[in-house]
Design a protein around this ligand. Structure first.
Ligand code: PEP
Ligand code: MG
Length: 747
């Protein structure tokens, strides 16, 4: 970059700033800017295209193209060269544009006489706002310096767009963050919620993208980076020796904070006329754009690290902390790109709903949201850039839909839905203390699933008869280091206290697969769900299992205890785990501690193999609980975490029901208690079918107990069983249509 172009670029930005400072309105300002850019860059044409909706760009101002095309010419994302810039988020530089691949001629613009084309995206932190284009008659490729200069200008335009500098008539110039937006994501936890936005990480606002004095900006940047480096070093010193994963992230932070390339690019941006914060944001935007194109998980993580670091640097430069002085609304809906389970627990039940831009169904945050019964939508694209603190928002956790700043008709329809749910809740409350006895006189025992202390109040409120599955891994997941035996023992004891004599089935640690402890060295396994997880880890590295068994036994303080082992695939594994239990009991006795007055040792049936285990296994195990989530994924060979296949096979598929029936028969023959604790137990239609197949104990989320009890009380299981058998004989793949038909007629 020559001194000459440097000062040209700065000169252009200065002229831009003057244009911004003037009191012209949005459209006039944009017109002036396109004129200025064309003049400074020595091109005949400069045009600004902005998005009028997520898919359509609109020509909003031009110098050089026909003025009547303004607000008339539109193109879809990916259409023509302009659409390509927007879609890919990178520069298009063509000397002979009309013969370039994808060129689309727009006759109303009169652009046929221009040969060269340079388009750069107008984007802010990965959010696509529009495209800035210069064109000229002379067939030439624009130089790297010119491209860079236009990118710097686009960056300033993006900041100005965000600040509302171009608000005018029409959709493309409408004020940002004011229209109602519908975002489609994925359901993470059912339920509907209305409230106001609370941004987990408030956005930094850059109000001064153009700087007067580059030397001053360089000094500010260097000072801020020094402060950043010191804080990263301090964090590292605090974390070393502890959580290995956190240390790894901080090491990556340190690497970026000391990266010469990152620094050099920001210095170059400043020398072009940007302020220090605009320079940081320009590089952050570029990194976010790359993030969208990278599939490699490791690289994505590193780009995320760089993004976090840039946020920290921006906060240092602008003085805008995470505490913006905003107050948590009374009905907060939490918005975040992602959030850890411990942070989510800090908010606790104060949240009405959660919307995440990323996340996954099996993520720890989703597990916690489910435990707290807070509606959750994940994969809600653009939510963190669209939402502002305090915005009105409605979350439909059933459909995975978010209505941001909804209009009146949406509000009315949504409130109707909430009212209907509230009415249903009233009905469920009225049968809370009644048993789940069917019309044909069979009583089904309904238990709840839990994993956190926060779940326990639901034991009384939901009408559950006990806890059929206590997932102990949550206590491990929400910490950043391995909990001590005494800590665990105290927690388990409090769980038993809260249960007030009701049965609690503790499941020993189920880690691996989708549940990775933050402080455990991740294992690079090709198929983690089929890998080294749950009881396999417990038996191969028994230290943690022994510690946990001891904590459980000690927590009993002589009270009855039920413990089950997860993911047992063969009898031998159960025998080995039970032997560990016997040793633990023996140890406790020797130490003179009270042992449970009655101890039940069970297993989860989550692999098809266990359904065919020897009779001896069935005779020896005190109880079995079918983990339908895992069992189904292995039965159908369909990954429960993979959106493409996870809903492909119906639980009411005749093959699966016949398979379950076989398990019921084996348990009946050996007099082994059987329950079902996968998610399907909490789905009313699935639940009645499980009951019709002979399963008499169902364990589910507390919020499902009401709806499941309600349907069970109105159903005749013998009649339903006949419907299932007939559908099977008729060759139906799933009995669902026949069952639905039957249930409709019953009510
Ligand atoms: C299951 O697999 O059905 C189960 C209850 O265990 P988890 O969902 O914790 O894997
Ligand atoms: Mg499981």
């Amino acid at each position: 970059m020559t001194d000459g172009t440097e000062s040209e670029s700065r000169k252009l930005l200065r002229r831009l700033r003057n244009a911004m400072a003037g009191d012209s309105a949005g459209q006039a300002r944009l017109d002036e800017i396109t004129h200025l850019i064309a003049d400074s860059m020595g091109t005949e044409v400069c045009s600004v295209y902005l998005f009028r909706d997520a898919e359509t760009l609109e020509l909003c101002a031009t110098e050089g193209l026909k003025p009547e095309a303004v607000h008339q010419t539109r193109m879809r994302m990916g259409e023509g060269l302009v659409g390509r810039v927007a879609k890919v988020g990178t520069v298009v530089n063509e000397a002979d544009a009309p013969s370039a691949k994808g060129f689309r001629y727009m006759p109303e613009t009169g652009e046929e006489i221009y040969s060269s084309f340079l388009g750069v995206p107008i984007q802010r932190l990965g959010e696509k706002l529009g495209v800035l284009v210069v064109q000229s008659k002379q067939a030439r490729e624009f130089s790297a310096d010119e491209v860079y200069a236009l990118e710097v200008v686009a960056m300033v335009l993006a900041e100005m767009t965000e600040l509302g500098a171009f608000v005018g008539e029409g959709a493309a110039l409408s004020a940002r963050h004011q229209q109602s937006v519908l975002i489609r994501g994925t359901s993470g936890q059912e339920g509907a919620a209305e409230g106001h936005v609370w941004l987990h990480e408030p956005r930094v606002v850059v109000t001064n993208p153009i700087a007067e004095d580059p030397h001053n900006e360089l000094t500010r940047l260097h000072e801020a980076v020094d402060t950043l480096r010191i804080s990263v070093d301090q964090m590292l010193a605090g974390a070393s020796g502890g959580d290995a994963d956190q240390v790894q992230v901080l090491e990556a932070y340190r690497m970026f904070a000391n990266s010469k390339g990152w620094m050099r690019r920001m210095e170059e941006d400043i020398s072009r006329g940007l302020s220090a914060e605009a320079a940081v944001e320009k590089e952050q935007s570029a990194a976010r754009a790359r993030l969208g194109q990278v599939n490699d998980a490791y690289l994505r993580d590193r780009l995320h690290d760089l993004d976090d670091l840039s946020n920290r640097l921006l906060r240092i430069l602008t003085g805008q902390g995470t505490d913006t002085g905003a107050e948590l609304p009374a009905d907060p809906i939490l918005i975040a790109r992602n959030i850890g389970p411990a942070e989510l627990l800090d908010y606790g039940r104060s949240l009405k709903g959660i919307v995440l831009e990323e996340g996954s169904v099996g993520s720890h945050a989703a597990i916690v949201a489910r435990a707290l019964a807070i509606p959750l939508v994940i994969h809600a694209g653009r939510i963190t850039t669209e939402a502002l603190n305090g915005n009105h928002i409605m979350v439909d956790g059933d459909q995975g839909i978010v209505h941001l700043r909804p209009d009146d008709t949406v509000v009315a329809a949504f409130r109707d839905k909430i009212a209907m749910q509230a009415k249903a809740q009233e009905r469920y409350a009225s049968i809370r203390d009644k048993s789940a006895t069917t019309k044909c006189g069979k009583t089904i025992s309904l238990l709840m699933n839990a994993g956190l202390m926060a779940d326990l109040p639901s034991l009384q409120g939901s009408g559950a008869e006990g806890v059929g599955l206590f997932r102990t891994e949550l206590q491990f997941l929400v910490r950043n280091k391995m909990p001590k035996r005494s800590e665990l023992s105290a927690i388990y004891s409090r769980v038993l206290d809260a249960a007030q004599g009701k049965r609690v089935v503790f499941r020993t640690l189920d880690i691996g697969s989708d549940k990775v402890l933050p402080y455990m060295k991740p294992n690079d396994e090709p198929n983690p769900a089929l890998g080294w997880r749950a009881i396999r880890v417990g038996l191969d590295k028994p230290g943690v299992l022994r510690m946990q068994l001891q904590a459980l036994l000690r927590a009993s303080k002589g009270r009855p205890m039920s413990i089950m082992f997860p993911f047992v695939a063969q009898y031998e594994e159960f025998k080995a785990a039970k032997w560990e239990m016997e040793k633990a009991l023996e140890r406790e006795r020797i130490l003179g501690h009270a042992v449970p007055e009655h101890l039940e040792v069970g297993a989860m049936l989550e692999t098809p193999s266990l359904a065919f285990a020897p009779d001896r296994f069935y005779e020896e195990v005190d109880f079995l609980s079918i983990g339908g989530n895992d069992l189904k994924q292995f039965f159908f060979a369909a990954d429960r975490e993979n959106e493409r296949v996870r809903r492909r096979y119906d639980t009411l598929n005749v093959s699966f029901l016949t398979f379950l029936e076989g398990i019921v028969k084996r348990c009946a023959a050996s007099n082994t208690a059987l329950s079902f604790c996968g998610e399907d137990a909490g789905r009313p239609v699935e639940a009645v079918c499980l009951a019709a197949m002979g399963i008499r104990t169902l364990s589910m989320r507390p919020a499902s107990i009401g709806p499941v009890k309600n349907i069970l009380r109105g159903v005749d299981l013998d009649g339903l069983r006949k419907v299932i058998e007939t559908a099977n004989m008729n060759g139906d793949q799933s009995v669902r249509p026949a069952v639905m038909d039957y249930l409709r007629k019953q009510t």
